[in-house]
Design a protein around this ligand. Structure first.
Ligand SMILES: Nc1ncnc2c1ncn2[C@@H]1O[C@H](COP(=O)(O)OP(=O)(O)OP(=O)(O)O)[C@@H](O)[C@H]1O
Ligand SMILES: [Mg+2]
Length: 273
């Protein structure tokens, strides 16, 4: 196993991630660590170096994985192989090892399918972990609740003294917000997704019940851990005001992060050897 990279502040990791999207960070120094996040909305590759900062980020929109279950094996393999070869071409090195992650509710055989996807895409040595532990690889929360809200599901982990003591998930994510917006405004789903990304603040009234549903999932999965701060990862809550709505529903401190959709991929990479 190669050295574990240091962990810079989450904010710095994430702001750097946004600058290295399909752009190599100059001056990186190996060894490199590779994470592949097989998500419902997007498959993301994150490559970090020994400084713990991202060197390269890329993504593919696919419908090949749904809530951690590989529903289109060849589609997932092709997306991963394409991410791998684009990264190798940009970086000028071969990437043989990688880590990947699965949502908390996924059983062992489905989670193994994620490993097989990476192996079929050409990675030789694949580490598999749950996505909430992965997200915390980037955040480094010692005592707190880490939530990953993606396209389809809300994963919730409780960390005490740095150890994961509870882990579960519930349905509900960005896709559900799209459905609410499309239904309320009587517009196609793709238009709802576009509006949500550009003008979510104008539609908080419509989106509020969906955000409160996420908050209710967090409440239900953190009984007995109400005193801990909640940290929001995943793309679905990259909506201005989402953290306030969730915080006031839960009546406890809730922290959001810039470019939160990169938290889990970066954390996965941090776990890779
Ligand atoms: N700028 C943005 N504003 C609002 N929502 C966004 C933004 N960017 C991405 N999203 C939403 O985030 C969701 C995808 O997040 P993420 O990439 O974390 O999910 P995923 O990992 O593919 O899914 P899952 O973890 O559920 O399998 C989508 O529903 C998308 O609409
Ligand atoms: Mg995800």
């Amino acid at each position: 196993m190669t050295d574990v990279p240091v962990r810079p502040p989450a904010q710095l990791q994430l702001e750097t991630a946004a600058t290295v999207y399909r752009t190599v960070r100059e001056g990186w120094s190996g060894p490199l660590h590779v994470g592949v996040d097989l998500g419902t909305a997007t498959c993301v590759i994150a490559v970090i170096d020994s400084s713990g900062l991202p060197v390269w980020i890329d993504s593919r929109s696919t419908a090949a994985v749904r809530d951690g279950v590989v529903v289109d094996y060849w589609g997932a393999r092709d997306a991963t192989a394409s991410l791998k070869s684009a990264a190798e071409a940009a970086l000028g090195v071969e990437l043989a090892r990688a880590a990947t992650a699965f949502p908390p509710g996924v059983d062992a055989s489905d989670s193994r399918a994620c490993r097989f996807v990476l192996e079929a895409a050409g990675f030789e040595d694949v580490l598999l972990l749950d996505e909430v532990s992965a997200a915390n690889g980037a955040l480094g929360i010692v005592d707190g609740v880490v939530v990953d809200v993606g396209g389809g599901s809300t994963g919730v982990g409780v960390f005490r003294d740095g150890a994961l003591v509870a882990l579960d998930d519930k349905p509900g994510g960005g896709h559900h917000l799209d459905l609410m917006l499309a239904g309320a405004l009587d517009i196609p789903l793709e238009e709802a997704e576009r509006l949500k990304r550009t003008h979510a603040g104008d539609y908080l009234g419509i989106l509020r019940p969906g955000l409160e549903r996420v908050a209710e999932s967090i409440r239900a999965l953190t009984v007995g851990a109400e005193e801990l701060e909640v940290h929001l990862a995943g793309g679905a809550l990259m909506i201005d005001g989402a953290d306030r709505i969730i915080g006031s529903y839960l009546d406890r401190p809730v922290l959001s992060y810039p470019h939160a959709l990169y938290i889990t991929p970066l954390g996965i990479a941090r776990h890779a050897s």
